[in-house]
Design a protein around this ligand. Structure first.
Ligand code: FMN
Length: 180
């Protein structure tokens, strides 16, 4: 019998207000195939999300998707990495017990010798606390727009936020992570 692939459908429905904060010098690492199914995770990943290595390998990465994350963030992520560009961003992740942890993530495509995408690779570190304080209300606005008018409405809110701050998504997140 083949192994069941866990996904967000298997994630906890009861959320708890319990945040696990990353250690200063830790890195959370995972690799996926081209569809986003996990092929590798390091021990810190396992400890933070509370799933076992056996549960994680083969699982859809959306297993740890937190419902507070706006869809537009993942659209941006996939658009960039499929074009072999780097994604940087603040991501709230859902633990197996319903708690959560925030990361500052970098995701890139892994290429073969002919530059074909063979999978994706992500390294996360502790997010800037001040940066998080800025991004959390922005994510809330994006999520509200999404509930009101879907992804299109949320994209409009994001674009007008970036425009009114005279910045790009990349400039915004890198500046927020640089905040002390
Ligand atoms: C290498 C890699 C790492 C990812 N890491 C995360 C992650 O830590 N948390 C997360 O919610 N999504 C992560 N994603 C995005 C998921 O694949 C997925 O797009 C997201 O969870 C939204 O899933 P959904 O569209 O099925 O709701 C990652 C994707 C890749 C390719």
């Amino acid at each position: 019998m083949s192994k069941k692939r866990l996904s967000k459908l298997d994630a906890p429905k009861m959320l708890i207000e319990d945040e696990e904060v990353m250690d200063e010098h830790d890195f959370i690492v995972s690799k996926t195939d081209t569809k986003g199914f996990i092929t590798y995770c390091n021990k810190i990943f396992i400890d933070m999300c509370q799933y076992s290595e056996d549960e994680l390998i083969g699982a859809n990465h959306n297993l740890i998707r937190h419902p507070d994350m706006p869809k537009i963030a993942f659209k941006l992520l996939w658009n960039l990495i499929q074009q072999k560009q780097e994604f940087f961003g603040f991501v709230k992740n859902l633990r197996k017990d319903g708690g959560y942890y925030w990361v500052y993530a970098n995701i890139t495509a892994s290429l073969d010798i002919n530059e074909n995408i063979i999978g994706y690779y992500s390294v996360r570190r502790k997010p800037s606390r001040k940066g998080l304080q800025q991004i959390i209300p922005v994510y809330q606005q994006l999520l509200e727009a999404e509930k009101r008018g879907g992804m299109k409405a949320s994209e409009e809110v994001l674009n007008s936020f970036l425009k009114s701050n005279d910045t790009s998504y990349f400039e915004l997140v890198t500046a927020l992570q640089d905040m002390e």
